[in-house]
Design a protein around this ligand. Structure first.
Ligand code: HEC
Length: 131
């Protein structure tokens, strides 16, 4: 008799804990955005390895959240660039605002070298992948 009652009690606790688990686990998801970074293929210009270091060293001092857009801080820059219209144009890479600003004659050219701008152009030409 006692063990039947105990079983019932255990059952009730089990069921209650199940429901409370359901209500407590609020799953917070980021809004669906961009594909996770993928490793660069041989010959590809790596975003994480080549492009971001340029931004970090030469641009992010002004281009951060709350500063001048686009946000070029590590972990934020790819999304900022790819969601800002015209910033990156993979169909006509040299038309990308990002590249034009960095290339000779652009207003950001004094902050970087022609080689930096070329790396960015190559990366855009290769599809502007988060690699
Ligand atoms: C000293 C601060 C400063 C630094 C460093 C700097 N920028 Fe800028 N950037 C600005 C300002 C201010 C503007 C807005 C005026 C303009 O477009 O020239 C701007 C504009 C831009 C724009 C155009 C934004 C738009 O919406 O049209 C891009 C792209 C850009 N910068 C990229 C870069 C890159 C890449 C670097 C690093 C090589 C860089 N900037 C370094 C201050 C800076």
């Amino acid at each position: 008799m006692q063990s039947k009652k105990l079983n019932k009690l255990i059952m009730i606790i089990f069921v209650l804990s199940f429901f409370s688990a359901c209500t407590k686990d609020v799953i917070v998801t980021d809004p669906p955005t961009l594909a996770a970074p993928v490793p660069p293929k041989p010959g590809q210009t790596s975003y994480a390895g080549v492009i971001q270091p340029i931004f970090t060293a030469k641009c992010a001092g002004c281009h951060y959240l709350g500063g001048v857009a686009p946000n070029l801080v590590t972990g934020k820059s790819y999304q900022a660039l790819t969601t800002s219209p015209g910033m990156i144009d993979t169909s006509t890479p040299s038309n990308s605002i990002l590249y034009k600003k960095m290339a000779t004659g652009g207003s950001m050219a004094s902050k970087c070298t022609p080689a930096d701008a070329d790396s960015v152009l190559r990366w855009i030409t290769q599809g502007a992948i988060n690699n």
